[in-house]
Design a protein around this ligand. Sequence first.
Ligand code: ADP
Ligand code: ASP
Ligand code: MG
Length: 419
Amino acid sequence: MPNLVVQKYGGSSLADADRIRHVAGRIAREREHGSQLVVVVSAMGDTTDQLIGLANQITDQPDPREMDLLLATGEHMSGTLVAMAIHSLGLPAISLTGAQAGIRTDTTHGRARIANVDPLRVRQELERGRIVIVAGFQGATDESFLTGETTTLGRGGSDTTAVALAAQLAAERCEIYTDVDGIYTADPRLVPDARLLPVIGYEEMLELAGQGAQVMQSRAVELGWVNGVEIAVRSTFSGHPGTLIKEDREVEQRNKVRGLATDRNVAKITLLAVPDRPGVARAVFEPLAEAGINVDMIVQNVSHSGATDLSFTVNSTDLASARRALEPVVEELKASGLTTDSSVAKVSIVGAGIQNAPGYAARMFGALADAAINIGMISTSDIRVTCIIAESDVEAAARALHAAFQLEQPEPVVEATPA
Ligand code: ADP
Ligand code: ASP
Ligand code: MG
């Protein structure tokens, strides 16, 4: 739709009544430019964490369906309040739940994927001249699978709601408003001289988001990439133009690390002395997959006398269920035990330039060694190198790597090689 702008406001932008009024003011100004507006909201401040905390006080194994219904209320609350704040500026607005906005998902509670978007009601309300506020981070299962159960899209999922709606409504702009000025070369709260990137390609952003840069949910970047939605990331509190996430064709000419990401939500599991024979990896990883647990890095050591240690990482939030899934496997394989360590973290360097140039991994290891930081595990992709380190080393590692790759310096403009 020409003129249609989708804006998303994160939790810290809506943390209290004053901030909600501030957001309403921004929305009103956008409206003065003649835009039609769909506004996706996150839960206020730390509401989602508080709701999770409450559930955990009741039980350590909350029912996933009830959990999703509980968490979805956070976004209902902020949606209604934003609508009221817009009303008090004399403008028409209506808040909708994710289901009312037509966000249909699969049935995976807690990390549902959007299956399709049918924003009939959103269109109707826009046609009636209203500003449409949509509760982010949630959808409902398709009636054909189950009778419309509420689902949530995983932490940070409001970003994904916004991009999905922008794609489906063919919005002119998709803007993610947050508490920093845009995407930086590293988390600016961790690395004081992190540099704001005016533009970043989908591929690099996807990798940064996947490795812990929480500023965008990785699924949102993926949806933007697939649907060609350019995503502007900006501050709610400043007038800075921010960062544009889009197709970046100059990437090949840049021979550089673009940014780094850290992730503390990591736990390492080691199965001790598992037999070294065919079928063991399946016996270990199948039950984890069935429990919906993502396994990240895997290291199998050299075997001694027919047995080997097998280590891998999972999200620390999945550690308890991983343990439950693996205890019978340890018995069955006659392994000598299972140890876990949640005091580990990941640090990654990311850049499309990495794939064409050797030496980045060695430089990363060198910078960590110079900072006396031990590397526990290593993994790589075409455009990324990741190390597992101690969680207490995260800040030092991020700063050391930022300095070693000179990320604070603007990228040199490399002349395109004539064809
Ligand atoms: P919101 O509530 O607006 O969704 P989030 O807390 O999910 O906000 O994401 C914003 C936070 O992401 C920032 O406050 C910042 O600390 C963190 N962050 C991590 N990596 C980066 C990065 N590379 N650039 C910008 N912010 C980052
Ligand atoms: N409120 C949800 C969360 O805290 C979704 C979001 O903020 O995007 O993860
Ligand atoms: Mg977020």
